[in-house]
Design a protein around this ligand. Structure first.
Ligand code: PBG
Length: 326
């Protein structure tokens, strides 16, 4: 007659709700992406990403200090170089923008983790993630030529103080090439977080303004994954683990919670998820219109990403979330 099991019993008392909660979001789960550009005293808001800025090195050092006050301890750096070329050579210049940022941050902040995004789209004048070559009459990124450059970029970042390198270009064999490059240079203990399952996504729109890195022709479908595929993500992740990835990432996060769960269940690896620019911008825009409650929705999204199996989340909401979680 009456229901035998009453799940609502455990929902009556707030303390009991806390006790039975399965997923807890902590500021320690969060990684804040930051954009660094040349200059002095520059702090330029990214229009489509309110509360996020392109920063010169001096302002970056300040903002990282403020973030640490809120409990954020992990940062991923993206560089906007002074000049770009066809190959992306500014990416491994010893006085490159990321290298300068790493050195400045290491002097001022001791207890933070500095992650570097390893890719060329910000450094090439064509905006693609590697070296171009004509393949069957079509301009495309040459996989193997790009690998050697990736290793150089990572070694240069390691020498400047990176604690963790994160290749995001979706080249086949990138983790192995980077691992060998780092090992040969003596960085055998430096871990790799691979953007292992990265999809060709419309959700990267605002990022390309932030990093000034849109492809000047075509799109990234010849190297990033088709959003329709899931088994293929497992093959991508498996390969990266075999090649030496220490942490595997799924990106974007919100439309790919199923992928996060499959990756976590299958491999049991430390798993990262990238709550990307478009996911962030949607929440900001709708809340600016008063259509959703930003705090509630953002925390719900971050919690759901963790619930899906992510151990850590790269998110532009990191500063807001740190405030809300205090
Ligand atoms: C670089 C890179 C991109 C992002 C992270 N690293 C852009 C892209 O692949 O086009 C997107 C991050 C975001 O949208 O927040 N390859």
């Amino acid at each position: 007659m009456f229901p035998a099991t009453r799940l609502r019993r455990l929902r009556q008392h707030p303390v009991l709700r806390d006790l039975v909660r399965e997923t807890t979001l902590s500021v320690h789960d969060l990684i804040l992406p930051l954009f660094v550009r040349p200059g002095k005293g520059v702090k330029k808001e990214i229009v489509s990403m309110p509360g996020n800025y392109q920063l010169s090195v001096d302002r970056l050092v300040e903002d990282v200090g403020a973030a640490t006050q809120l409990g954020i301890r992990a940062f991923i750096l993206f560089g906007i170089p002074a000049a770009k070329d066809a190959t992306g050579t500014p990416a491994w210049a010893d006085d490159g923008i990321i290298q300068q940022a790493l050195r400045a941050l290491k002097v001022r902040h001791k207890d933070i983790l500095l992650i570097t995004d390893e890719c060329f789209c910000e450094y090439t004048d064509h905006g693609h993630c590697g070296v171009l070559r004509d393949v069957n009459g079509r301009r495309d990124v040459d996989n193997d030529l790009t690998l050697a450059n990736l290793a150089k970029q990572c070694v240069s970042h390691a020498q400047a103080g990176a604690d963790l390198v994160a290749p995001s270009g979706m080249m086949d064999g990138m983790v192995q090439a980077i691992r060998h490059g780092l090992d040969d240079a003596g960085f055998t203990g430096l871990p790799i977080m691979s953007y292992a399952a990265k999809y060709a996504s419309g959700f990267y729109g605002p990022f390309r303004d932030a990093a000034e890195s849109p492809p000047q022709f075509g799109d990234r479908s010849s190297y990033q994954m088709d959003p329709a595929n899931s088994d293929e993500a497992l093959r991508e992740v498996e390969l990266d683990i075999e090649e030496g990835a220490d942490i595997v990432m799924v990106k974007p996060a919100l439309s790919y919670l199923d992928i996060i769960r499959r990756v976590k269940d299958r491999f049991g690896m430390p798993t990262a998820a990238y709550n990307v620019s478009g996911e962030f911008a949607m929440v900001k825009a709708a809340s600016a219109k008063g259509w959703i409650d930003e705090r509630r929705v953002a925390l719900e999204i971050l919690t759901s990403i963790k619930r899906a199996g992510a151990d850590m989340i790269l998110t532009y909401h990191a500063l807001d979330a740190a405030r809300w979680l205090k």
